[in-house]
Design a protein around this ligand. Structure first.
Ligand code: GAL
Length: 715
C-alpha cells in the first residue's frame, strides 16, 4: 500500500491541480457580476398578484420588502390574465403590480406562463395537450399538461413570450426571467410527439438502416423499413415483454432535447427584445433526469426547486422532518459547474401539500437549508411562496405568512431570521477568496451522464437496483470526507480534480477509458464501481471480454457478475469485517500488481476479489465491484482511497456537510444525531453553536486561514 507523506502529496496536488482551487474561488464572484447584484446572495419570494384582491397588493408587497427580501417573482402561471382572449394581451394589471413592487424596493423576476395555458386554447385546440402512455389526451385544469412538440402550442408560447419581452424587455424594474416552470416532467405519446421523434431520428441516423443497426432491428422482427413507421416506444404498454433498450434510450434523449429546445426558444425570444442585462434562467425540478441542463445553450445560468421534507425518512429517527440529506448537496454540485452560477428558485417555506405525507419541517430545518444553499455557493434564493393560499389546488401549502396574509408562520419566521443572519455575514465575506489548500487537495469530480442513468434504469436487471439511491450512497460517502464535490461530464477537464469518482458508469467508450488512463497517469485518483464499462456509448455490449475497455485500467479481469434474491445469503469480507450484499457483485480477478481490498465470502466465487486498487503512473485506480446492503463497505473504501493518496480527510456522519465560502466554514446537520466537529485551534464561531444539533448550522472562521493553505479541521 503506498502512503506518501501528506506534505508531498499536498504540494503535488496543488501543483497539478492548482486550477481546482483557483476555479473554486471564482464562481460566486461570477454570479454577482452576471446577476448585476450587490449582495453575494439575493433573497426573494413568489407572489401571485392575480390570486389576491387588488386592494391587498400594496400591503403584501410592502410586507415582503419590510421583511428584508430583495426581489419578488411573478406571472409564471398567469397566462389567462396576460392573454385573456386569443391574441389580445393585457399587461395593465402586471404593470401595476410591478410598479408596487418597485416602489417597495423589490426587484422583479418574471416567469413566462407556458406551463399553464388558458382555457380558450384547450377549447379551440385540444391538440395542444399531451397524450399519456395509455393514449389518454389530457385537458385543461392542471399545469404542465401540454405537448411540447405541438406546433400550435409552440406558436402560442412564442407569441406570448414575445409580447411579454417587448413590453418588459427594457423595463429596469424587471431583473430577469424564468422561462416555464419545472420544465419537461411528463412523457407525451401524441401524434406531434411521434412526428417530432421521427424527425429527431432522421437527424441522428440519416436513414432507417442506421437506426435498425443501433436499435437491433434483427431482434424479434422489430426492424423498420422506413423511419415513418417508427413508433414512440411505450414501456408502460410493453410491460410483459421488453422493448428495445436502445429505442428507449433514444426516447429519453429525444425528450430531454425537446425540453432543452423549448427552453432555448423562449430564452432566444426574450433576448431578442430585452436589454442584455436582463438575464434568463429556468427552475429545474431539482436533479431530475427528465431534463438535462447541459443540453440548453441560451440560458444564462441554472436554478432549481428544492423541497426537502415531503414524507421520506432517509436517515431514520426525526430525519423525515430535517429533509432528504443528499438533496441540496447534490443539486448544488450538479448545477454549480454548468455556468459557475446557480440559484435556488423555490425553497420549501414550511409544510407542503403534495407529498404522500406532509410533515412539518423540524424547528431549524428551513434556516439550515438556507445556510446550506448559501454555503454551497448559491447566488440567489427564493422561497415558494409568500402567502398561504386560502383556496385552490395548493390550499395546504404553507407560505412565509399564514392564512391571515400578514403574520409570519413559524417557518416563515425562521426563514426571515436566517436571511438576516446571512445578510449580516455577507458584508464580511470575500467571494474571490481561494479554497483552503487542505480542502482543495480533496476536491472531487463526480462523473455523471444522463445516458448512463437512463440506461441503468432501462435494464436494472434486479428489482433491488435503484440508480438514484446508488448514486446518493456515493455522493454521501465522498462528502463524509469533507471534500468539495462537483458533478462533471465526460467532456470536462478531469485534471481540475485530484479525485474522480464514476459510480456504475455502465457505458464506456475507448476514448473515455483512455481519458481516465491519462488522468490517473498524471496523478489523479480514479474510483470506479460496479457495472462500469459493460457497454459502449451506443448501449451495446463490447465484443470482447466483459467490461473490456476498463480491464487494463483497473488491473483486473471481470469474470462476470451476480445478484441475489433477498432470501439468499451473500457476504463480502474486508479488513476482518463481513458485509452482506444482494444488489450487485462484479467478480474480479486481479492481475499482478493489483491489490485486493475486499473478497467474496461465499458462492462458487468465494475468494474472488470484490474490490481492488492499483497505482497507475502518478495516480491510482480503485474498483469497488460490490454493492452492499447498507453501503458501509463502499463508504469505507471511498474514504480509504483518499487516505491511500495521503490526503487528509474528515470523518463526518452521513448527512453532516462541511462547505466553505469566501473565508468562512459552514457545517449543517441533516442527521437526527448531534455532531461535534473538532474545529481548528483559534477558530471563531460566528453563527450557531457546538455540538451541532440536528437541523442546525454552525459557521466559523479559521484563524489560520489567510487565503493560503491551512491546517485541516479534523483528522
Ligand atoms: C413546485 C412547483 C411550484 C409549486 C410548488 C409547491 O414543484 O414548481 O409551482 O407548485 O411545487 O410546493
Amino acid at each position: 500500500m503506498f502512503r506518501p507523506l501528506l506534505a508531498t502529496v499536498l504540494a503535488t496536488a496543488l501543483t497539478i491541480f492548482g486550477t481546482a482551487a483557483a476555479a473554486a474561488g471564482q464562481p460566486h464572484a461570477q454570479g454577482a457580476a452576471l446577476l448585476h447584484q450587490r449582495e453575494p446572495m439575493s433573497f426573494g419570494v413568489f407572489y401571485y398578484p392575480e390570486q389576491w384582491p387588488r386592494g391587498q397588493w400594496q400591503r403584501d408587497l410592502d410586507g415582503i420588502a419590510r421583511l428584508g427580501f430583495d426581489f419578488t417573482h411573478m406571472a409564471e402561471f398567469s397566462w389567462t390574465y396576460l392573454e385573456p382572449e386569443e391574441g389580445r394581451f393585457d399587461f395593465a394589471w402586471l404593470d401595476h403590480a410591478i410598479e408596487l413592487a418597485h416602489k417597495a424596493g423589490l426587484r422583479v423576476i418574471l416567469g413566462t406562463p407556458s406551463a399553464a395555458p388558458p382555457a380558450w386554447m384547450g377549447e379551440r385546440y385540444p391538440e395542444v395537450y399531451r397524450v399519456d402512455e395509455h393514449g389518454q389526451r389530457h385537458e385543461h385544469g392542471i399545469r404542465a399538461e401540454v405537448s411540447l412538440t405541438n406546433p400550435r402550442y409552440r406558436a402560442f408560447v412564442a407569441r406570448v413570450v414575445a409580447a411579454m419581452a417587448q413590453h418588459y424587455g427594457h423595463d429596469p424594474r424587471v431583473w430577469g426571467w424564468q422561462v416555464d416552470n419545472e420544465p419537461g416532467s411528463f412523457p407525451d405519446f401524441s401524434d406531434s410527439a411521434r412526428r417530432a421523434f421521427q424527425g429527431w431520428l432522421r437527424e441522428k441516423y440519416g436513414n432507417v438502416d442506421g437506426l435498425n443497426a443501433v436499435w437491433s432491428g434483427s431482434f424479434w422482427s422489430s426492424r423498420y423499413t422506413s423511419l415513418d413507421q417508427v413508433l414512440l416506444p411505450n414501456a408502460t404498454l410493453a410491460a410483459e415483454d421488453k422493448l428495445s433498450p436502445h429505442a428507449l434510450l433514444d426516447l429519453a434523449r429525444f425528450q430531454a432535447d425537446i425540453t432543452a429546445r423549448f427552453l432555448d426558444e423562449q430564452a432566444q425570444i426574450i433576448k431578442k427584445y430585452a436589454d442584455p442585462d436582463q438575464w434568463v434562467t429556468t427552475n429545474y425540478t431539482n436533479v431530475t433526469t427528465a431534463t438535462d441542463p447541459r443540453r440548453t445553450r441560451k440560458l444564462d445560468f441554472t436554478t432549481f426547486t428544492l423541497y426537502p421534507v415531503a414524507g421520506g425518512n432517509a436517515l431514520g429517527g426525526d430525519s423525515y422532518a430535517i429533509g432528504r440529506p443528499a438533496n441540496l448537496m447534490e443539486a448544488a454540485a450538479y448545477f454549480r459547474p454548468i455556468t459557475g452560477t446557480f440559484g435556488v428558485m423555490e425553497l420549501q417555506p414550511g409544510q407542503v401539500n403534495w407529498g404522500g405525507i406532509n410533515p412539518q419541517p423540524a424547528p431549524g430545518a428551513v434556516g439550515m437549508w438556507i445556510w446550506h444553499a448559501f454555503a454551497s455557493g448559491a447566488s440567489l434564493l427564493s422561497t415558494y411562496r409568500y402567502r398561504h393560499p386560502l383556496r385552490g389546488s395548493e390550499m395546504y401549502h404553507e407560505g412565509i405568512v399564514g392564512t391571515d396574509g400578514v403574520t409570519l408562520s413559524r417557518t416563515g419566521r425562521e426563514f426571515v431570521d436566517a436571511m438576516h443572519a446571512i445578510k449580516a455575514l455577507e458584508g464580511k465575506l470575500d467571494d474571490r477568496a481561494r479554497l483552503p489548500a487542505a480542502m482543495a487537495a480533496r476536491s472531487t469530480g463526480y462523473l455523471w451522464s444522463h445516458d448512463v442513468f437512463w440506461d441503468l434504469e432501462i435494464q436494472p436487471q434486479t428489482t433491488l437496483w435503484h440508480t438514484w439511491a446508488y448514486r446518493n450512497g456515493y455522493t454521501l460517502a465522498v462528502k463524509s470526507t469533507g471534500a468539495p464535490m462537483d458533478f462533471v461530464a465526460e467532456g470536462d477537464d478531469f485534471d481540475r480534480y485530484p479525485f474522480l469518482i464514476a459510480p456504475a458508469y455502465q457505458m464506456v467508450s475507448e476514448a473515455l477509458a483512455q481519458k481516465w488512463r491519462r488522468y490517473a497517469e498524471r496523478g489523479g485518483h480514479l474510483i470506479l464501481t460496479a457495472r462500469t464499462g459493460q457497454k459502449n456509448a451506443l448501449g451495446h455490449f463490447h465484443e470482447g471480454p466483459w467490461s473490456a475497455p476498463i480491464l487494463d485500467l483497473i488491473g483486473a479481469d471481470v469474470d462476470g457478475f451476480d445478484m441475489l434474491p433477498s432470501s439468499a445469503d451473500g457476504n463480502v469480507e474486508a479488513g476482518g469485517k463481513r458485509h452482506a450484499w444482494h444488489r450487485w457483485a462484479d467478480i474480479l480477478s486481479p492481475r499482478p500488481g493489483t491489490e485486493v481490498l475486499a473478497t467474496y465470502a461465499d458462492h462458487y466465487y468465494a475468494g474472488k476479489a470484490a474490490a481492488t486498487t492499483r497505482r497507475l503512473g502518478k495516480g491510482s485506480v480503485t474498483m469497488i465491484g460490490v454493492s452492499t446492503d447498507d453501503g458501509a463497505l463502499e463508504r469505507q473504501l471511498v474514504r480509504d482511497a483518499y487516505r491511500r493518496a495521503g490526503v487528509a480527510i474528515e470523518d463526518l456522519p452521513t448527512g453532516v456537510f462541511h462547505e466553505w465560502r469566501g473565508g468562512y466554514d459552514f457545517m449543517v446537520d441533516y442527521n437526527p444525531q448531534p455532531f461535534s466537529p473538532a474545529l481548528p485551534a483559534g477558530a471563531k464561531i460566528v453563527h450557531g453553536q457546538l455540538p451541532l444539533a440536528p437541523a442546525q448550522a454552525v459557521v466559523w472562521k479559521d484563524a489560520a486561514w489567510k487565503g493560503a493553505a491551512r491546517k485541516d479541521a479534523s483528522p
